[in-house]
Design a protein around this ligand. Structure first.
Ligand code: ZN
Length: 429
């Protein structure tokens, strides 16, 4: 008897919550994120945190809240596959380790998460922090509703080899840097780091396979993990049902990582035709995620931000090479994931990556599909986000104009809804 009445009560509560939480959004056009013909005009009905109905005309329930976005374009929330939300723009990550505490990363992380959400990014794959696992706590705080921010898919502590791109190299042998506990120098040690990351709440593994631009005295092209070490990371992560993203500039590290079965090749600066063919042959198992805007920012602001001259020069040299690789990939027709490497670029400027890609020949529609449904597919989140589809989470954004005419519209997002809740609306009076 008690069970029946409890059921009846919960049913009543569910029904009344549903009635109170319906929202209908109207806009001049809707781009679904899947590459379909835009719907004009468009209406989307949202119930709780889900999209339940889409059409040119949707019946408005009696109690529903109506948001009329006028001439705006509605799109799925944007996704960035390469952020460092806990990184403070302008502070070198190795300086954070000696001059700050994890609280610095956490507080700036909360601020950066808010700024990134306001820029229209409702999901991010976060590629690691100077202070390990601050990203795990930020993800949890956002999910608990303590601070606003995108849905986060986090790396925890990135895995590096000794002297590699993720090792803090500015310190002498005599300086103990306690937080740098992410080093691995054999397949066995890689497995240990992978397991440790999952134990402490990481969603996936970030491995630094080659040298980096923002690390002292390194050749970004050089492979730093052996073939066996990269394979060990993938095998172990897959055992957990999870994926590996590799930071790889050089072609050796890129090809070894594709062979090992990683999910993404991030940066991929020295991508060549053979690597593109190899990516194609994986049949959507491994993806290339270039980061093109970073070079422009390092050249523009690097000096003022105290980036060493050698790292600025290195970035300049790689910039041209990166652009050629991207154009080749684009011509080949392989899917190209989108990442900004924010913290290397100012948080909130993430969509400038799409502007760089457009300048190199990507169509606005392809850019939109890449940064929504393709990015969701790469993260394994296609069931939840990445397109305006009935049944998916109501992560929606809007821009004043038509991004198919000018992709720069996406750098000025005026409306953001995450999980059915309006976070920002500058489009309705
Ligand atoms: Zn990065």
């Amino acid at each position: 008897m008690r069970i029946i009445s409890a059921l009846a009560l919960s049913f009543y509560l569910a029904v009344s919550a549903m009635a109170a939480s319906q929202t209908v959004i109207k806009a001049a056009r809707l781009i679904d994120g899947l590459g379909g013909t835009p719907l004009t005009p468009a209406m989307v009905r949202i119930d709780g945190d889900r999209i339940v109905e889409i059409g040119a005309s949707v019946k408005i329930p009696v109690d529903a809240k109506v948001i009329d976005l006028g001439a705006a374009t509605l799109l799925p929330g944007l996704i960035d596959l390469h952020t460092h939300l806990c990184g403070h723009y302008g502070t070198h990550w190795e300086d954070e380790l000696i001059k700050t505490t994890p609280a610095y990363s956490a507080l700036w992380g909360a601020r950066n998460a808010r700024v990134t959400l306001a820029a229209g990014y409702t999901s991010v794959r976060d590629m690691g922090t100077a202070w390990p696992y601050v990203d795990v706590e930020l993800r949890n705080a956002i999910n608990a509703g303590a601070v606003p921010g995108p849905r986060m898919f986090v790396a925890g502590a990135y895995v590096s080899s000794t002297g590699g791109a993720g090792d803090a190299s500015q310190f002498s042998e005599y300086v103990h840097v306690p937080s740098v506990d992410n080093l691995a120098d054999s397949p066995e040690e890689v497995v240990k780091q992978v397991r440790k990351n999952f134990k402490h709440g990481a969603d996936f593994i970030k491995l630094l396979a080659t040298g980096a631009i923002l690390s002292k005295g390194q050749s970004p092209g050089a492979q730093q993990f052996s073939n066996e070490e990269i394979l060990a990371a993938v095998t172990e992560a897959n055992r957990w049902g999870r994926q590996v993203a590799v930071h790889a500039h050089g072609i050796g590290g890129i090809k070894t990582s594709i062979r090992a079965g990683v999910r993404t090749i991030d940066h991929g600066s020295y991508l060549d035709d053979e690597a593109i063919e190899m990516l194609k042959a994986t049949n959507r198992k491994t993806f290339y995620v270039p980061t093109l805007y970073t070079s422009k920012i390092i050249e523009r602001d690097g000096r003022a931000n105290g980036v060493p001259e050698s790292e600025i020069q290195r970035s300049k040299m790689i910039s041209g090479i990166k652009d050629i690789g991207f154009k080749r990939a684009l011509a080949s027709g392989i899917p190209i994931g989108v990442g900004s490497d924010s913290a290397v670029i100012p948080h909130g400027e993430n969509a400038q990556e799409l502007v760089c890609r457009a300048e190199l020949g990507e169509s606005p529609m392809a850019a939109i599909v890449s940064t929504t449904s393709l990015n969701a597919e790469i993260m394994g989140w296609s069931d939840r986000v990445g397109s305006v589809t009935e049944g998916k989470l109501a992560d929606l954004i809007a821009v004043a104009g038509d991004p198919l005419k000018d992709i720069k519209e996406l750098t000025n997002v005026g409306f953001v809804m995450k999980g059915g809740e309006v976070f920002k609306n500058e489009l309705t009076k």
